[in-house]
Design a protein. Structure first.
Length: 453
């Protein structure tokens, strides 16, 4: 009883891989990975991150795609239908609904940061960074983030770009965007890495990224590495699940997931290799937080030959990466609205875009008029970011993995995965034991219920 998605399907396996990699590769790789690696001391954090991707991320990604392709609906109804198929409690559907909510929340801040990137693209292209110093670069950044009106304008522009693609549907929108932007993104990234390694302090960057020093890693850092694995691979909220629901039946899930996870990790490391050599050779601070690439890189672009071109290309790279991810954040709520509330894709897109745009104002104001309003030292933006990355995504991923590997009947999961017995057993072992236990341990450790470090 093969189901069909009412939204259509990817035209080829490559289209799925590009779209899923487009979802995975985003601000998480180019903006967040470098700055949290900087804040957490480098090598040891990177190593834990890679371990999390391999042992937790990959099996959960396979679980999500599997659930999506078998359910062929929005995350909530896919999980509900599969539970019903195998005679399990339909309450599993709430996991999918939490994912849909996480989509709203993440997209709300994602669009604001992506809006900064769009603004920076125009600034770089317009030559604004020519000759900037550390001080003036900070001022340019503060001038943007501190001005709610300007940020709202860029946030609106980015949200409109995202809605434009989503409204056009799976093959006409999502697939086209990935096919055009992903190859461009890889080319620009390689160019940037070449530049960084050639003219920055490549040796120090390699040491920083790949020489682990475990004294510099805390329990909270381990949780952050795991949260980052979820965030970067787009796991735990149904984005990969909904992309899986458009996957043709004859494509290998395990192999595709492997390609996506490896590409995503490669892009994060390459982004590190593009950025840190420049940061080190200009004696900039690695631990400066969310402003890292926005404050430090323009200084370098302002001094280097062809800096205007490289600067514009870099921020274009960031915009493309964010754009293909934002459409995947929008997809679960949109399909949920279309299927549950029987409205057109266009209306669902408008509604999702409108609500997330409004929520996004919270992030906009976190950097200016509400910057003093903190709870446990966190602004509203910090709060939404850590609630989603460090709590909702790991718990969502935990539940999806338990669902696919414990709750679904063996015949259903193996019937959908259609892989060799060895690969099936390996996936099931990782998804049954390793991923859920690891998520639980890291999580309980970080909230202080158990203590390892
Ligand atoms: N993976 C995206 C990134 O790294 C963010 C994202 C998270 C997208 C969750 C979809 C779902 O930027």
């Amino acid at each position: 009883m093969e189901r069909k998605s009412i939204h259509g399907q990817w035209s080829t396996r490559l289209a799925f891989i590009l779209a899923a990699t487009g979802s995975a590769v985003g601000l998480g790789n180019i903006w967040k990975f470098p700055y949290i690696t900087g804040e957490n001391g480098g090598g040891a954090f990177v190593l834990v991150y890679i371990l999390c991707v391999a042992c937790i991320g990959l099996p959960i990604m396979i679980s999500e795609i599997l659930i999506g392709r078998r359910g062929r609906q929005n995350p909530m109804d896919s999980m509900g239908s599969l539970a019903r198929d195998d005679g399990r409690s339909v309450h599993w559907q709430w996991v999918g609904l939490v994912g849909v909510c996480a989509g709203f929340l993440i997209l709300s801040f994602y669009s604001v940061i992506a809006g900064w990137a769009v603004a920076y693209f125009f600034r770089a292209a317009g030559g604004l960074f020519h000759g900037v110093t550390a001080e003036s670069s900070k001022q340019i950044f503060a001038g943007l983030t501190g001005d709610p009106e300007r940020v709202i304008a860029w946030h609106s522009a980015f949200m409109a770009m995202t809605m434009f693609v989503t409204a056009r549907g799976v093959q006409g929108g999502l697939e086209q965007a990935a096919k055009i932007m992903m190859p461009a993104l890889f080319m620009i990234l390689l160019l940037m890495v070449g530049y960084g390694l050639h003219s920055g302090d490549a040796e120090r960057a390699f040491r920083f990224l790949f020489q682990p020093d475990f004294h510099r890693l805390t329990g909270a850092g381990v949780l952050e590495a795991m949260g980052q694995a979820f965030f970067s691979l787009s796991l735990g909220m149904g984005a990969i699940m909904i992309y899986g629901s458009y996957l043709p039946g004859d494509v290998s899930i395990a192999r595709s997931a492997l390609v996506v996870a490896v590409s995503d990790t490669a892009v994060a490391l390459l982004a590190g290799l593009a950025i840190f050599p420049i940061v080190f050779s200009n004696h900039l601070q690695v631990g400066s937080g969310p402003g890292l690439i926005f404050v430090t890189l323009p200084i370098a672009f302002g001094q280097m030959p062809y800096g205007r071109v490289f600067g514009a290309l870099f921020f274009l790279l960031l915009v493309f990466a964010a754009w293909t991810s934002a459409i995947s954040l929008m997809e679960p709520p949109v399909t949920w609205l279309v299927e549950r509330h029987r409205i057109s894709r266009f209306r669902a897109t408008m509604l999702t875009g409108g609500i997330t745009w409004l929520l996004g104002l919270g992030t906009v104001f976190s950097f200016n008029i509400w910057s003093g309003a903190t709870l446990w030292h966190m602004t509203l933006f910090d709060g939404i970011d850590s609630l989603t990355s460090n709590v909702m995504l790991p718990l969502g991923g935990f539940a999806m993995s338990v669902f696919a590997a414990w709750v679904m009947a063996r015949s259903s999961s193996s019937g959908e995965l259609r892989t060799s017995p060895g690969v099936y057993r390996l996936w099931r072992f990782l998804a049954r034991f390793v991923a859920p236990v690891a998520v639980a341990v890291v999580f309980l450790n970080a909230i202080g219920v158990i203590r390892f470090s």
